[in-house]
Design a protein around this ligand. Structure first.
Ligand code: NAD
Length: 352
């Protein structure tokens, strides 16, 4: 075996069904007296429920979290943090709500307890993307890594099947790129294969029965592992393309990942044969790229960028942007081939 470097994430993780009942004890364990509960406007009710559970240790709720962590929302939250003398953050929601918690932690170093409700995996990473005047900038800091993550399967039962599908594929994308990362290591690769396997077998079952706790539990476990992959090693062309497409054309995050992934995998196939074999094995298909494309089809996910709002002239612009400041990638990033990849993703053609 070749030598490697593995950096562990220091988060405390509580996993199961009904685990939110541990929240008051966790708040007490961290010594918090005035925790602010964050959510999106759509999940304000969940936030109110958590604030009620915290009783006197709650400083109320702030339910204005939004996609891509806009800095003006963070500024409003920061004003509430100061005014209500908040000493800790509780976030209940997907990557958008976790993003707001991280943005507050970056500015204050307040401890965070995150209860994820999607499969995006942000709760496991020291990464924060923030948007100011339409420009998204990403940074890495251990300050933003949540101290405690409470995975409660019950919170995911309400995630609509369509969103569950694309969110699950978003998670798979983290594990896929971890398997061919420049700094890949055997520990993270174990988690990546296990994460893809758990999601590939559970997502079709969730489409059939969104309330099925066993499949929901399997998917959340897979999403946790995939989030760890994202937080542990560097991402490549797929994540670069999705950031570019999301930022430039304001495309929805998880849907974009779900569409681009099979094409990015096909692009890298010949340059990363060992990773491809592991991905294919985890999906249960003969070919990694086609296996992911077929999985997305079986889940009923959209497979064409034009169907989620990408303009026709976006293919050329995105190809230019992807080459402007490329991430490391196992195969050299070549304009003509990236343009071809984007054109296929735009039309929804099978990967090649
Ligand atoms: P999201 O958090 O924006 O959620 C999408 C919508 O679904 C929201 O309206 C939300 O309230 C709702 N929702 C979430 N869970 C629900 C549930 N269980 N039941 C009903 N409704 C629910 O979507 P997301 O895909 O989780 O997060 C996307 C954001 O996260 C993007 O801004 C992305 O950049 C960021 N992200 C960051 C990282 C990181 O490591 N920094 C990782 C992944 C994603």
């Amino acid at each position: 075996m070749e030598g490697f470097v593995y950096t562990a994430s220091p988060a405390r993780v509580i996993f199961g069904s009904g685990t939110l009942s541990e929240l008051p004890a966790e708040v007490e364990r961290l010594g918090l007296r005035r925790a602010l509960v964050l959510a999106t406007p759509q999940q304000a009710k969940e936030a109110e429920g958590l604030a009620a559970r915290l009783g006197a240790r709650s400083a109320g709720i702030f339910a204005e979290a939004a996609m891509h962590t806009p800095v003006d929302v963070t500024a409003r939250a920061m004003a509430e943090v100061a005014e209500r003398e908040v000493d800790g953050i509780v976030a209940v929601g997907g990557g958008s709500t976790t993003g707001l918690a991280k943005a507050i932690a970056l500015r204050t170093d307040l401890p965070q307890i995150v209860a994820p409700t999607t499969y995006a995996g942000s709760e496991m990473t020291p990464i924060l993307g923030e948007t100011s005047e339409g420009v998204k900038t990403t940074q890495k800091s251990v300050k933003v890594l949540p101290e405690v993550v409470i995975y409660d399967v019950e919170l995911t039962l309400s995630l609509p099947p369509a969103l569950s599908a694309v969110s699950g594929l978003n998670a798979i994308a983290h594990a896929v790129e971890a398997l061919y990362a420049r700094d890949a290591n055997p520990i993270v690769s174990l988690m990546a294969v296990e994460g893809i396997t758990a999601l590939a077998r559970s997502l079709p079952r969730i489409m059939e029965d969104p309330q099925g706790r066993e499949a929901r539990s399997d998917a959340l476990y897979g999403a946790w592992l995939c989030g760890l992959c994202l937080g542990s090693v560097g991402m490549a062309l797929h994540h670069k393309l999705c950031h570019t497409l999301g930022g430039t054309f304001d495309l929805p995050h998880a849907e974009t990942h779900a569409i681009v992934l099979p094409h990015a995998v096909a692009y890298n196939a010949a340059a990363a044969p060992v990773a491809m074999a592991r991905i294919a094995g985890a999906i249960g298909a003969p070919d990694a790229a086609l296996g992911i494309y077929d999985l997305a089809g079986r889940l009923g996910a959209k497979r064409a960028l034009r169907d989620i709002g990408m303009p026709a002239d976006g293919v050329e612009r995105a190809a230019d942007l992807a080459l402007a400041n490329p991430y490391w990638n196992p195969r050299q990033v070549e304009r003509a081939a990236v343009r071809d990849l984007l054109a296929r993703a735009y039309s929804g053609d099978p990967p090649r």
